[in-house]
Ligand binder design. Structure first.
Ligand code: DP6
Length: 324
């Protein structure tokens, strides 16, 4: 009745932004990601008949009501499947570089799905774990798998949609340089932000039409290990989803001045012949993809960029792992 699991965060190369079905959390566009080894969440779950309610602790503190509700919603689905009544104690730690300012919901819900299923005695294969994690947070569906991962778009009511691995971590020895720009929590969470874009951005329909093409290009570029093709499509995907966010009502602008400064640094590197390509999520930080041999040069250039407070180098990471 007790198990732990470790899952790594992932960065979307082709972005997910928008839901085909908010109830089942089904994405409206395909996304492709790279799982990152240095950004790990470790979660322990114990089903215990002596507990009267579920207890959730995150990074050594009691979870807020909103955080606990999302965790308990997943526990409820698992209890129903396993025909289990006991409440659970959930303890989760993010082993992220301190003050990372990066999303941990992907690694968090992937680790929770794997640990809670193992503790409940459910022997789900990775596809089923991925579908379970997706209902809590779509990017978590991708963190079940290591390396390069695809989460297809789905249809309304498609409750079992899951991610799949395109290639393992050792397929391509890329590096991702994370450049932190601004401290603090993101202003509008991704769930809320993408719903606002769906309902109000005049460019949302154009995003839905264009996003699958970038995902297809990125998939082919991963197969061919073609960084220039991957990087160009990745930058278009991120700029297009930010365009939807910026043109929502009220507008959502995730960028800080340092975000644009870092983008200029990355463009400057390319002008000097380095294949470096940037992407941003629902926040101001810039993540730059490059070859292993260029990682230190790219990091150094970002370290010198005004407003960048910290950088580090991440590499392709493994599948979720259950540790008893
Ligand atoms: C911009 O997976 O956090 O990072 O499914 O509502 O939990 P929910 O959203 P979430 O969204 C991630 C959005 C993104 C792009 C991406 O990771 O694909």
């Amino acid at each position: 009745m007790e198990a732990s699991a470790k899952a790594c965060a992932n960065i979307a190369l082709a972005k997910y932004w928008g839901k085909a079905d908010p109830k089942w959390n089904v994405p409206a566009v395909p996304s492709i990601s790279l799982t990152l080894s240095q950004l790990v969440t470790e979660t322990r779950v114990r089903f215990d008949p002596s507990l009267s309610t579920d207890e959730v602790r995150l990074d050594g503190r009691r979870a807020s009501a909103a955080e606990a509700a999302r965790v308990i919603a997943m526990l409820e689905r698992i209890r129903r499947e396993a025909r289990l009544r006991s409440s659970a104690k959930v303890t989760s730690h993010n082993h992220f570089p301190t003050a990372a300012g990066l999303a941990s919901s992907a690694s968090g819900f992937a680790a929770l799905a794997a640990a809670a299923c193992a503790a409940a005695g459910l022997k789900h294969d990775p596809r089923r774990l991925s579908a379970l994690a997706r209902v809590s947070s779509a990017s978590a569906a991708r963190s079940i798998f290591g390396g390069f991962v695809e989460l297809p778009a789905g249809r309304r009511g498609e409750s079992d949609l899951s991610a799949r691995q395109l290639a393992p971590a050792d397929h391509w020895n890329l590096r991702l340089i994370v450049a932190l720009t601004e401290p603090g929590k993101k202003k509008v969470g991704s769930t809320e932000g993408m719903e606002r874009s769906r309902k109000t951005s005049p460019y949302y329909q154009a995003w839905l039409e264009a996003a699958p093409g970038w995902a297809r290009t990125i998939k082919r570029a991963i197969r061919d290990r073609d960084l220039d093709v991957l990087g160009a499509a990745m930058e278009r995907s991120t700029l297009a989803f930010h365009c939807c966010a910026i043109t929502s009502d009220p507008p959502i602008l995730y960028w800080a001045p340092a975000t644009l400064a870092a983008l200029a640094t990355v463009r400057g590197l390319r002008e000097r012949g380095v294949s470096a390509w940037a992407t941003m999520d629902a926040g101001p930080h810039v993540k730059t993809l490059c070859r292993m041999g260029d990682a230190y040069r790219v990091r150094q250039a970002l370290d010198r960029t005004p407003g960048v407070t910290r950088t580090w180098i991440a590499e392709p990471g493994p599948d979720v792992e259950v540790i008893r």
